[in-house]
Design a protein around this ligand. Sequence first.
Ligand code: DQA
Length: 143
Amino acid sequence: MKILFLNGPNLNLLGTREPEVYGRLTLADIEAEVRQRASQLKVEVDFRQTNQEGELVNWIQEAKGKFQAIVINAAAYTHTSVALRDTISAVGVPTIEIHLSNIHAREEFRHKSLIAPVCKGQICGFGAKSYILGLEAAIYVNA
Ligand code: DQA
């Protein structure tokens, strides 16, 4: 099984970006944790980050037929992107929404996720562990 991890804008700054909110691990540290768990679970992982909305759209489109699930931290685009929502819906690859922070416990504009209705489910608030839980959810939805 192949699982595609997608990371949106500013997640390349993890480690130094508001560590009290997002923790001190870098995205590379989180990727290493995901890869370790993925090898225990005997699944393949592709792990990507971009600051461009259109690149996320292209990657989701290209996932069809290549990946059995997508785990996405769309970051700020979670709250703004009709394009991402439409792509997830159009492509139909089972998608898990994840966030490091609990978006429902933060500013009101973060409470709304435009992608949540077209995702299998949402995991948020567990820091880097949200990625591990996302990996397990991706396997679960394919079981
Ligand atoms: C985030 C939460 C979003 O609201 C925010 O824009 C991010 C990160 C998270 O992982 O907690 O960039 O997706």
